[in-house]
Design a protein around this ligand. Structure first.
Ligand code: ADP
Length: 623
């Protein structure tokens, strides 16, 4: 654990320095402006002290002061402008860095294999991509420019004070270190706390989104109350984490103010003694030092505030780094091991993989063979294929088997026998624990090429996902090219959606999915079919609906599947006797083992379990 954290923090500095290296020009600019700012600060104090000396001590006539006042005003303006310029540069650095971080996060999410992309809570990912990146802002926009200022300005002021009066310089020199020392102590505390806070936020977002997505289910099962308590609990712990950071921040500010007040007080006392009691100092010098002293401490104090913000940001940056590392291809790391599955009903669920160390990245075949398969269905072979979801969990053993191109394959078995798991292994959605699946002789585990493989595969789950968008857009997702309205309409008609489209308020331009019109289960499956019609896959995976469809929908589905299967290998998790009987090959699963394969007649003769299932099926009971 410790080693992991250390590695993470090393990488963190790697990413940060990378980000900062890209901003070299701007950071040098920051230093240059800080130098000018120091000169302006000292210049302003000198001019102000001079003005006060002349007006109040020497009683100079106002007319002779005009030039001095003008110079003072000019220096003040320049100083304000310089401070503004530094702030602007900080914002620019932050904007670029945030863009870079977001791009990295998006790239890593998009470039990842399906499986890794699906692990973890969506809410948590959202909070890393949005909130953590925003929180990283203050490191670049505040901390960086303030640190540049703080490393230059106080130093020059100190030199100026030493030149003016050594004892005052010594007081500044001895009190100043208390500020960074104190900050460092507090910083160490807030660093952990801000990481903790971020974890709480991610957890809260995750719980909240999960609950929203599953609201209907929760209500149906009477769990809404419990979930409400869960949300309350996680929101309260987020509040506590935030409050504890604020507590540290406020105490920090209070203590810093005290140190600053004390410092200024000591300098003022010393100056007063020199001026009034010992009369060893001129008013002008004393006043100038008194003007410079608060500037000196203010700078250090600002640095303290920026430092605190920087620490919080650093926690966020570290979380982004961790998210990037977790999403990085698992071949280079061993802890990204959560298996996610698309359950039989098509909804997503995530399970931590208890084995912990299995490389769960699937690599897809590319090149010659895979390309060839885009025209004709490929030969799919299982070689001693085995899979488990982790030690002492469900284990699947499919043995060896060849699926010839264009065949209609039905996977049958009781609920929980492993049909979906087998289909996911064939689809390349799960990595085998041993053995392999080959496509045209190319193992699904050699080389890369997720895109190529999925270009040829359509998977119609029981509840396909409908994206928020128009009906037409949802169908067009099926094609990986620009498609014309005619093609979309044609695909919809082939999938039996023409009547529905005509019924919709804005036809094909009706917004469906989240925030739009809802679609029934049957309609969603037909929409998925329409996508497949556009895609014309050579491998069609189909999770046949378990529940009874109305006759019309059933006929449409069958017709569409027949049409699609003409140029494709179709592998169906079959529940209907009709599908099973007409399959070229039936794969019979029992408790995770493929115990028989063959045609309907063959299995009837050789496999009593199959005969029994068919018998039950005839009586109208499906799994
Ligand atoms: P079927 O499709 O035949 O109903 P599945 O392949 O969905 O069966 O599931 C087979 C078994 O694997 C079930 O016992 C199920 O509980 C288990 N299982 C499914 N998904 C996971 C998972 N992600 N982690 C652990 N076990 C799982």
């Amino acid at each position: 654990m410790k080693r992991g954290a250390k590695r993470r923090s090393n990488r963190k500095s790697g990413m940060l320095s990378e980000l900062m290296a890209a901003q070299k020009k701007r950071t040098s600019m920051l230093r240059l402006i800080s130098l000018a700012l120091a000169a302006a600060t000292i210049g302003q104090a000198v001019l102000l002290a001079e003005s006060v000396q002349r007006v109040f001590v020497e009683n100079a006539p106002l007319a002779s002061m005009i030039v001095l006042f003008a110079a003072l005003l000019a220096v003040m303006a320049v100083r304000t402008w310089l401070a503004y310029a530094n702030g602007r540069i900080g914002l620019r650095i932050a904007a670029d860095a945030k863009r870079d971080l977001r791009a990295r996060l998006l790239r890593s999410l998009a470039a990842n294999p399906l499986l890794t992309a699906r692990q973890g809570q969506t809410g948590g990912k959202v909070s890393v991509t949005l909130d953590a990146v925003d929180e990283a802002d203050s490191y670049f926009s505040q901390y960086t420019p303030k640190m540049a200022e703080a490393s230059i300005i106080p130093l020059l002021i100190l030199v100026a004070v030493f030149i003016l009066h050594v004892p005052s310089g010594l007081i500044l020199l001895f009190t100043a270190p208390f500020i960074p020392l104190f900050m460092a102590l507090v910083g160490i505390q807030t660093k952990h706390k801000s990481e903790e806070k971020f974890e709480q936020l991610a957890q809260f977002s995750g719980t909240f989104l999960d609950s929203l997505q599953g609201l209907v289910t929760l209500k149906l099962f009477g769990r809404a109350k419990r979930q409400e308590q869960e949300i309350q609990r996680s929101s309260l712990s987020y509040r506590d984490a935030t409050m504890s950071i604020l507590r540290v921040a406020f105490t920090n500010t209070f203590a810093l103010e005290t140190i600053v007040m004390l410092g200024i007080g000591i300098v003022a006392l010393e100056l007063a003694l020199q001026l009034v009691v010992f009369q060893t100092m001129q008013f002008h010098t004393a006043f100038l030092i008194l003007l410079l002293t608060p500037e000196f401490y203010n700078m250090l104090k600002n640095m303290g505030t920026a430092f605190h913000g920087g620490r919080t940001s650093l926690g966020a940056i570290r979380n982004i780094e961790a998210a990037l590392a977790a999403d990085a291809p698992a071949s280079s790391q061993s802890n990204a091991s959560a298996y996610s599955e698309i359950s039989a009903d098509g909804s997503e669920s995530t399970n931590a993989n208890p084995t912990g160390d299995r490389d769960n990245v699937i690599q897809w075949p590319v090149g010659r063979n895979a390309k060839a398969s885009s025209a004709t269905p490929p030969v799919i072979e299982l070689h001693e294929l085995a899979f488990d979801y982790g030690a002492d969990t469900f284990a699947l053993n499919a043995g060896s088997l060849t699926i010839q191109p264009g065949k209609q394959v039905a996977i049958v078995g009781k609920s929980g026998s492993g049909k979906t798991t087998l289909l996911h292994l064939i689809a390349g959605l799960l990595p085998p624990s041993s053995g392999e699946v080959t496509v045209n002789g190319q193992p699904l585990t050699a080389g890369a090429g997720e895109e190529e493989w999925f270009r040829n595969v359509s998977y119609i789950t029981q509840h396909p996902h409908i994206f928020s968008g128009t009906f037409a857009e949802n169908i067009a997702i099926g094609a990986d090219r620009d498609v014309s309205r005619e093609e979309i309409v044609h695909a919809a008609e082939s999938a039996g959606l023409a009547a529905l489209a005509a019924e919709l308020e804005h036809g094909y331009d009706t917004v469906v999915g989240e925030g739009g019109r809802g679609l029934s289960g049957g309609e969603k499956q037909r929409l998925a079919l329409a996508r497949a019609f556009l895609k014309r896959p050579t491998v069609l995976l189909f999770d046949e609906p378990t529940t009874g469809l109305d006759l019309h929908t059933e006929r449409v589905l069958m017709r569409a599947m027949n049409e699609l299967s003409r140029k494709a290998t179709v592998i169906t998790i079959a529940h209907r006797l009709h599908t099973i009987r007409h399959a070229d090959v039936i794969l019979f699963m029992e408790q995770g083992t493929l115990i028989g394969s063959g045609t309907h007649d063959e299995l009837l003769k050789s496999l009593p379990q199959y005969a029994e299932m068919v018998d039950i099926g005839r009586q109208g009971v499906g799994s």
